[in-house]
Design a protein around this ligand. Structure first.
Ligand code: SF4
Ligand code: SF4
Length: 157
C-alpha cells in the first residue's frame, strides 16, 4: 500500500508534464549539429574525378564520368567521411538527418546537366621540355598520368 502511495505523485506529475519522447514522424526530428546522417553531393561542382569512389571503404559510391552521374548506395555508406575529406572540389558534405527507411536497397543517383563541348583532343607532352618532376601525376584528379623519372617515361591514360 505504501508503495502505491509513493507512486501516485509520480503518476500525477507525469500526467501534467511534457512527454519525454517526440511525436515522430508527425513532428520533425531535430538532429544534433555534428551528427553524421548522410552524404550530400553538390553535383554541379563535381568533376567526376572518381577520388571519392576510390577512397570509399565500403564501395558505396559509383562515379560514371561518361554519363556525368554520381551515385551512392545509401545502405552501404557507413558515414566515415573519407569521401568528404578526399574530394578535391569540396562538393561532398556529411549532413545531419538520416535517409528515409525503405524496404529495398536505395541507390541515389545525381546527374549533372552539362552542355556538350567539342572534344579537346589528346593531351600531349613535349618530351623535350619535360623534367619528369611528377607534378602533373600528383595533381591529376583522375590519376591518369604515370611518370617514371628514372626511365624518363611519361604516360597518360
Ligand atoms: S562516408 Fe565513407 S562509406 Fe559513406 S560514401 Fe563516403 S567514403 Fe563511402
Ligand atoms: S571526389 Fe568530389 S569531384 Fe571527385 S567524383 Fe567525387 S564528388 Fe566528384
Amino acid at each position: 500500500m505504501s508503495k502505491l502511495m509513493d507512486f501516485i505523485p509520480f503518476a500525477v506529475k507525469n500526467l501534467f508534464s511534457r512527454p519525454a519522447t517526440s511525436k515522430y514522424p508527425f513532428e520533425p526530428r531535430e538532429y544534433p549539429q555534428r551528427s553524421r546522417g548522410h552524404i550530400e553531393v553538390v553535383i554541379d561542382e563535381c568533376i567526376f574525378c572518381g577520388s571519392c569512389q576510390r577512397k570509399c571503404p565500403s564501395d558505396a559510391i559509383t562515379v560514371d564520368r561518361s554519363k556525368h552521374m554520381w551515385s551512392i548506395n545509401r545502405m552501404g555508406c557507413v558515414q566515415c567521411g573519407y569521401c568528404v575529406d578526399n574530394c578535391p572540389k569540396n562538393c561532398l558534405n556529411i549532413l545531419p538527418g538520416y535517409t528515409s527507411p525503405t524496404l529495398s536497397k536505395t541507390v541515389d543517383e545525381y546527374i549533372k546537366q552539362v552542355e556538350e563541348t567539342p572534344a579537346r583532343g589528346k593531351l600531349k607532352n613535349d618530351m623535350g621540355k619535360c623534367v619528369f618532376c611528377t607534378l602533373c601525376a600528383k595533381k591529376c584528379p583522375a590519376g591518369a598520368i604515370t611518370v617514371a623519372r628514372i626511365e624518363k617515361k611519361w604516360e597518360c591514360d
